[in-house]
Design a protein around this ligand. Structure first.
Ligand code: NCD
Ligand code: ZN
Length: 351
C-alpha cells in the first residue's frame, strides 16, 4: 500500500468542546476556532446554560475570542429537572439551542445541577423529539455500588435503553463513547450516533491509575479511559466502520492548580492544541488516513442535518512536538500530548 504524506480534507467540526469562561476561555478558544468550522460549546459553565439569554451571551464571548471570522458556535441547553418548558421550547424553535445535554447528577465537572431522576426530564425529551432537535448524553450512571469503569455500561442498560424505548424518533448522541459496549450499542440502535475523543483511542487505564497507586491528573477524565479492548473497538469505530461516529474531542481544560495530584483533581483533558493532528496520527496508525474526512467533516453534519463546511484544510506527515503548556496571563493549562511527538501537522495555520 502506498502511504500518503499529505491530505486535504473538508474543514472539520468539533461536536464536543469545553470553552470555559474568562481568561481560561481566552486562552483556549483560538485553538478550536483555528481549524473547525463549527464547535458545540458545552453548557456546563459555572452557572449552567439553561436560557437563551445566557446561550447568546456565551456564544458572543466565544466568538469575540475566535481567530476565524466564519467560526460558528452551537450550544445545547443544559437539562435540569426544573427547566421552564415553555422557554425551552421557544429557545429550540428559535435555534438558540442546537439541542439539549443530559448530565447525570454529579457525573463530571459542574454537573451538580444534572439529572437525578430520569423520568423528570421526559417532558423536555418529548419537546426535543417533537422539535427534531438532538439529545446529547454524558452516558454514565453514578451511584453507590457502580464501579467507575462500569458507569457507561450501566447507564446504557438502565437509562439509555429506557430513553430509546420511550422516544424512538429522538436523535441521540452518545458522547465520548469509552467502551466496546457503547460502540456496539450505537451500531445496533436507530437514531443514535457517537462521538469519539482522541484520548480514548490513545490511553488505557494504566496511563491514569499508575503502578504506585498515584493518579496521572492530566490523563484523568470522565468517562475514564478503559482497557485495550475498548481502545481497539473505538479505533475500529472511528477509522473503519465509522458510519455512525464523528469527531468530538471533549477538550476540557482545567487550570494547572486544579490538576494537582490530590483527591479533588478535576476530570478533563485539554487536547484542542493538537486535536486534528492527533486524529490524523491515529487514523494513519490504523492505515485509514483516507477515512479521516468522513469522521471529522462529514458524518457529524449529516447527523446534525447541517451542510458540510465549504473550505478545506491541509495536513502533512511531519513530526512536531506539542508544546507542554498553554499560557495566558496567569492561566496555565497542561496540553494533552505536551512534549510528545505527533506525526501529522496542519499546514499554514498558526494560532
Ligand atoms: C468535562 C469538564 O471538565 O467539563 N470533563 C471531562 O472529564 N470530560 C466534562 C465532561 O464532558 O464530562
Ligand atoms: Zn465534555
Amino acid at each position: 500500500m502506498i502511504k500518503k504524506n499529505k491530505i486535504t480534507i473538508l474543514q472539520p467540526d468539533d461536536w464536543h468542546v469545553h470553552f470555559r469562561e474568562g481568561d481560561l476561555l481566552k486562552a483556549v478558544t483560538p485553538f478550536s476556532s483555528r481549524i473547525n468550522g463549527r464547535c458545540i460549546a458545552m453548557p456546563n459553565t459555572e452557572i449552567p446554560i439553561t436560557s437563551s439569554e445566557h446561550a447568546l451571551k456565551y456564544k458572543e464571548e466565544i466568538i469575540k475570542n475566535a481567530n476565524n471570522s466564519s467560526f460558528e458556535v452551537l450550544i445545547p441547553c443544559y437539562l435540569t429537572e426544573n427547566l421552564d418548558l415553555n422557554e425551552f421550547k421557544k429557545s429550540l424553535i428559535n435555534n438558540f439551542f442546537v439541542g439539549a445535554k443530559l448530565y447525570p447528577n454529579n457525573a463530571t465537572t459542574n454537573s451538580s445541577y444534572g439529572v437525578s431522576e430520569l423520568e423528570k426530564i421526559f417532558p423536555a425529551l418529548e419537546i426535543l423529539q417533537n422539535e427534531k432537535k438532538i439529545l446529547l448524553i454524558h452516558g454514565e450512571k453514578v451511584r453507590d455500588g457502580v464501579d467507575i469503569f462500569d458507569r457507561e455500561k450501566i447507564f446504557i442498560d438502565e437509562d439509555l435503553k429506557k430513553i430509546r424505548e420511550e422516544f424512538k424518533e429522538l436523535k441521540i448522541v452518545l458522547e465520548h463513547v469509552s467502551t466496546s459496549y457503547g460502540v456496539d450499542f450505537v451500531k445496533t440502535n436507530k437514531n443514535i450516533g457517537g462521538t469519539i475523543t482522541p484520548h480514548h483511542m490513545m490511553l488505557t487505564k494504566k496511563d491514569v491509575f499508575l503502578k504506585n497507586n498515584d493518579i496521572d491528573p492530566h490523563h484523568f477524565c470522565m468517562p475514564v479511559v478503559k482497557n485495550e479492548t475498548d481502545l481497539l473497538a473505538l479505533r475500529n469505530a472511528a477509522c473503519i466502520d465509522n458510519d455512525k461516529f464523528f469527531l468530538g474531542t471533549d477538550s476540557a481544560p482545567h487550570i494547572i492548580e486544579h490538576k494537582l495530584p490530590n483527591d479533588k483533581i478535576r476530570p478533563g483533558i485539554f487536547s484542542a492544541v493538537c486535536s486534528i493532528e492527533l486524529y490524523a496520527h491515529i487514523f494513519d496508525e490504523e492505515n485509514s488516513i483516507e477515512t479521516l474526512e468522513k469522521f471529522s467533516s462529514i458524518n457529524g453534519p449529516n447527523f446534525y442535518n447541517m451542510p458540510v463546511n465549504s473550505s478545506k484544510i491541509h495536513l502533512e506527515k511531519k513530526e512536531w512536538i506539542v508544546p507542554d503548556m498553554t499560557l495566558y496571563d496567569s492561566v496555565k493549562v497542561k496540553n494533552f500530548f505536551g512534549n510528545k511527538k505527533i506525526n501529522w501537522k496542519i499546514v499554514n495555520l498558526n494560532v
